[in-house]
Design a protein around this ligand. Structure first.
Ligand code: NAP
Length: 333
């Protein structure tokens, strides 16, 4: 595991999160786990949303043991199921009458096989984007409540360098219930080279994360809301993400091991996410990560502007209308 180069000084610069309620998806490992540990240590009330597993039980225990003073709540949430997401949102509402100051839509999967969720969508698109779209819709009244009372609430999405490759164009069919019929699983060579249909589906889901941020930002601004919409990317961080992809056949272990020698630690990778979640100077419509280009794999997180290839009227409208259609509900900001 690579050493953290920037995280210790970054962490020391973060403000207190006392009095804030933070909701994070996917905290069993990686950037979500670091975000939960860090915000709990800074005094926030932290709700961790995970699907049921040994990993969720163990990581929840570790979070509570490391932060004995913190108010931590575990909420079951399987992002492969809209019913589970709706139930999780209802539980968050019960647990947070004070509202939600930060919703971090962090959880994700990468290069999985061409499989449908029980709702019929591609497993990567539903886990990475559609379920987060639904969660955000359901929690928006709580975010508005926190913004009203404290002047600051945020939705933070977690994208990737993969948002721009192989395609910069968001496509409607990837947001439709066509799970299992979106290109297949690719050849062994495709998967060794991080290309082919599994990677295209990941690309579309991470492009959707950025387009969702742009569309949400625009809608929030238009209504004069004080809720912010931000997006982060971690560069290349050594987390469980790649291990799952290798196990599921989306990456070869030899090349992945070689490639991951160039990665940064999960802590350094979490700096973009935590910047969006915690920094007072972070404004709506900003992107935080180790740079905006295709080779921004390591380094300190810095802000940059949303990019024109998804922050345009056509893509924002496509993202919003197809996501509403997918969840079967309108999302009025
Ligand atoms: N690591 C990188 O280099 C990199 C690069 C670009 C973007 N990202 C993005 O960073 C985010 C965090 O990933 P990571 O690198 O920290 O990977 P990770 O260590 O694998 O963490 C992913 C988290 O998502 C959770 N998750 C997956 N499927 C879920 C489901 N159906 N319901 C609920 N939770 C689910 C996992 O929980 P389980 O234990 O239940 O699987 C885990 O807690 C992702 O959105 C990823 O796309 C990472």
């Amino acid at each position: 595991m690579p050493n953290s180069k920037h995280f210790p000084s970054f962490k020391a610069s973060l403000p207190s999160m006392a009095g804030k309620t933070v909701v994070i998806t996917g905290t069993t490992s990686g950037t979500g786990q670091i975000a939960a540990m860090t915000t709990a240590g800074l005094g926030a009330k932290v709700l961790i949303l995970n699907r049921n597993s040994e990993r969720s039980v163990n990581s929840g225990r570790e979070l509570a043991a490391t932060n004995p003073e913190a108010h931590i709540e575990q909420v079951e949430c399987d992002l492969q199921s809209f019913d589970s997401v709706s139930a999780a949102a209802a539980r968050v509402a019960e647990l947070c009458p004070e509202g939600v100051h930060v919703l971090a839509n962090n959880a994700g999967v990468m290069a999985l096989s061409d499989t449908a969720t029980k709702d019929g969508f591609d497993v990567q698109m539903q886990t990475n984007h559609l379920s987060h779209f639904l969660l955000t819709r359901e929690l928006m009244p709580l975010l508005e409540r926190a913004a009203e009372s404290s002047g600051d609430a945020r939705v933070v999405n977690h994208s990737s360098v993969a948002r721009m490759s192989p395609s910069k164009t968001l496509r409607a069919d990837y947001l439709e219930p066509r799970g299992g019929h979106l290109g297949g699983d690719g050849s062994k060579l495709d998967n060794l080279m991080f290309r082919g249909p599994r990677w295209r589906r990941y690309n579309q889901s991470k492009l959707a994360n950025a387009a969702f941020t742009a569309a949400l930002h625009q809608r929030l601004q238009a209504t004069g809301s004080r809720v912010k919409a931000l997006v982060a990317h971690p560069g290349l961080a050594n987390t469980h993400l790649q291990k799952t992809s290798v196990k599921e056949g989306g990456m070869g272990s030899f090349f992945t091991d070689m490639f991951m020698r160039t990665s940064q630690s999960p802590e350094d990778g979490a700096m973009g996410l935590l910047s969006c979640m915690c920094l007072p100077e972070a404004t709506s419509g900003q992107f935080y990560g180790p740079g905006s280009g295709p080779f921004a794999m390591r380094g300190e997180a810095k802000p940059f502007a949303l990019e024109a290839f998804y922050d345009n009227a056509e893509t924002r409208d496509l993202l919003w209308s197809k996501s509403e259609e997918a969840i079967g509900r309108t999302f009025e900001v």
